[in-house]
Design a protein around this ligand. Structure first.
Ligand code: HEC
Length: 118
């Protein structure tokens, strides 16, 4: 619970203080601080292979679970939507990862997902 309220506090800070805040970039839950960073894409791929591939398939192409290479996502495709999906989970069987991965690794895996979208 403590972690959840820290997330809410960080989100509120972004809302009320705009981008001028001093919080580290990785603390944001609405905008990917690593977007387009090729080094992070590699790290994200590792996180994906270890945690997500079992359901979402090789390269995220979908297996028993949704194909993540499609730009159009069922639960929304903004950075904030993807963050919510991965951190909090979704009702049809998508687990929540906030406690297991934390904000930084969630953004890294999202950076990888962005790199495989077409
Ligand atoms: C136990 C299997 C399982 C694992 C492991 C898993 N997912 Fe999922 N994921 C699902 C299912 C099932 C859905 C569809 C949920 C629904 O439709 O309600 C989903 C949905 C998603 C979506 C939303 C797709 C859309 O169209 O909106 C994203 C993004 C996603 N997963 C990313 C990940 C990431 C990143 C990981 C690893 C950190 C991961 N998933 C691990 C089962 C899994």
């Amino acid at each position: 619970m403590k972690k959840a309220s820290a997330f809410i506090a960080a989100a509120a800070m972004v809302l009320f203080c705009g981008t001028a805040g001093t919080a580290p970039a990785a603390e944001s839950t609405t905008k990917n601080p690593y977007q387009g960073n090729q080094k992070i894409v590699k790290e994200g791929r590792k996180i994906f292979d270890e945690n997500c591939k079992v359901c979402h398939g090789e390269g995220g192409k979908g297996d028993i679970c949704p194909n993540l290479t499609l730009k159009k996502k069922k639960f929304g495709d903004t950075d904030a939507d993807l963050f919510m999906t991965v951190s909090k989970g979704r009702p049809g069987g998508m687990p929540n990862w906030d406690a297991r991965l934390g904000t930084e690794k969630i953004w890294k895996v999202i950076t990888y997902i962005r790199s495989i979208e077409k």
